[in-house]
Design a protein around this ligand. Structure first.
Ligand SMILES: [Zn+2]
Length: 527
């Protein structure tokens, strides 16, 4: 095809969308969209932009395709199992639109060169876990890139747009915001300051017919006065806070939920207490016996894993029976009563395992369905499209405001939720060098386990260089420089630390200089 016929084909392809008010195909033709996560949402969003004629897509995903993905992730087909998602998606999107350029990365978003982010006009988060979202949020804030974030759980989903400070994108309408501030200012005045305003308000009630006249005489001048005052300072005092940025993702998640690996680690130390624990324990037992984690794509290994999990489940049922029906009471029970107990326990912990159930538990999977994925991804695409126009200095409609929308598929209801920017946000706020973390510890954990739990949650700190204190009482629980306060075996319960208490970890010596984080606020949850 020559360049000329290419242009004609393109022009025909995009004919209908060019009828939209304010549309400029050149914006799309020159745009670059980065999609982080090529799962159910990422596939749909990739498809949307490929069809609309985006110049370039950058796809990031570190997973390979699994059979359970095929019910939702519309770019993948039976037979693709085992191949990298980003690579297959790139192929399929190019089939849809041969003019499309696609770069793909089969690696972690944190490992990408910053130039890849730099090149993107809009970044779309289509991820399935908190930590990756938090990291991407941080990178986008730093790179001043607008981000559209979305997620689904079962029949529910949400979309949030994040416009970082300094991205140069006008988020809100200047005139509207000034109005709002004048309105707010009026609520604050007292009769002492402006008696004529209040008098006027009373007269309005009394003299319906004179409302217009009085307003003109007494109220409008005041509004004009405030408007002038606010307008004069608006650009430096209010605009940076409300016009050009939104709250970020971290503003909504000040304390991320505890890492699942911690829950798993605790399960191993203790006895399994539910169905899921038995499978997690079985996985570790499998690794002990066979020297590697079970491969869930190999039937033989799945059977072996199931056998161990089944055994743990049986032991759990027996333990619960012994706890509830002590042996001395057992003699007074009839055979039927004992059978009734056993039946109840069986129902509580469920029947034998099915393969998909073990896969869901070990992979920490969440409920997902194509219908909700396509709704949420379409909203993400739509918002990203408007942002792309804005990045290119054009306007095809404002980004959604409030910047967060929730969808409930059970009731078919959308709720736009006003969210607030937190001054103490650890990503976009004024606090620097702090980090909030939640860790899960076994009930009998000692001080040393705090460092171990931090390590499992991927915050590896050297116990010789960090101090642990109570932010409330200032009591020192661990100080490596003081032998009397350096007992890793002392139990947290002996220190009177209760579940959901917070401890502070602060650096000493070399760590004080080298660590970017100067304080970890750690919530301790006992399990
Ligand atoms: Zn924030």
């Amino acid at each position: 095809m020559t360049e000329n016929t290419d242009d004609i084909v393109k022009s025909r392809m995009y004919a209908r969308q060019q009828l939209i008010d304010g549309w400029d195909q050149d914006v799309i033709n020159n745009g670059t969209i980065m999609i982080v996560g090529v799962g159910a949402l990422g596939c749909e969003i990739g498809k949307d932009f490929a069809l609309m004629g985006i110049r370039k897509l950058i796809l990031i995903d570190l997973d390979t395709i699994e059979t359970s993905n095929l019910s939702r992730q519309m770019l993948f087909r039976p037979g693709d199992e085992g191949r990298p998602k980003a690579e297959v998606a790139a192929e399929r999107l190019k089939e849809m639109n041969p003019f499309l350029k696609v770069d793909y990365y089969f690696k972690k978003l944190q490992k990408l060169p910053m130039a890849v982010y730099e090149e993107s006009d809009v970044v779309i988060a289509a991820l399935d876990n908190f930590n990756a979202r938090l990291d991407l949020n941080k990178i986008c804030l730093r790179m001043k890139k607008p981000m559209v974030e979305g997620g689904t759980v079962g029949f529910e989903g949400h979309v949030q747009i994040v416009i970082p400070e300094g991205s140069g994108l006008q988020y809100k309408n200047r005139e509207l915001e000034i109005e709002n501030l004048v309105e707010t200012r009026l609520w604050d005045i007292t009769e002492m300051e402006y008696p004529e305003y209040f008098e006027a308000q009373r007269k309005i009630e009394e003299l319906e017919s004179e409302i217009e006249r009085i307003k003109k005489e007494k109220i409008t001048p005041l509004i004009e006065k405030f408007r002038k005052e606010i307008e004069m300072v608006f650009d430096w005092k209010f605009a940076p806070e409300i016009l050009d940025q939104t709250p970020c993702y971290r503003c909504l998640v000040p304390i991320p939920p505890a890492d699942d690996k911690l829950v798993a680690a605790c399960t191993l130390k203790g006895l399994p207490r539910n169905r899921n624990h038995c499978v997690i324990k079985a996985e570790v037992e499998f690794e002990k016996r066979h020297g590697h984690k079970p491969d869930l794509n190999t039937n033989e290994e799945v059977f072996k894993l199931k056998e161990i999990a089944q055994d743990e489940l049986e032991k759990l049922r027996e333990r619960v029976f012994d706890e509830n029906v002590p042996s001395e009471e057992r003699e007074s029970l009839t055979q039927e009563e004992i059978e009734e107990w056993k039946k109840n326990i069986r129902e509580t912990f469920g029947e034998d395992y099915k393969f998909e159930e073990m896969e869901n538990i070990l992979g920490n999977k969440i409920a997902a369905i194509q219908t909700v994925s396509s709704i949420i991804s379409s909203i993400e695409s739509q918002e990203a499209l408007k942002l792309l126009f804005r990045v290119k200095g054009r306007n095809i409609g404002p980004p959604m405001d409030p910047c967060y929308v929730n969808y409930n598929g059970v009731y078919g209801q959308f709720d736009a939720l006003p969210i607030l920017k937190r001054k103490d946000c650890l990503a976009c706020g004024e606090i620097e060098g702090e980090e909030n973390i939640q860790i899960v510890v076994p009930f009998d954990a000692d001080v040393g386990y705090i460092f171990e739990a931090m390590k499992i949650a991927e915050y590896e700190l050297d116990p010789e260089l960090w101090m642990i204190t109570s932010p409330m009482t200032k009591e020192i629980y661990w100080n490596p420089y003081m032998p009397s306060l350096k007992d890793p075996d002392i139990k947290l319960t002996a220190l009177k630390i209760k579940s959901n208490d917070i401890v502070s970890l602060t650096p000493l010596g070399k760590a004080l200089i080298e660590s970017e984080i100067k304080k970890y606020n750690v919530i301790i949850a006992f399990m």
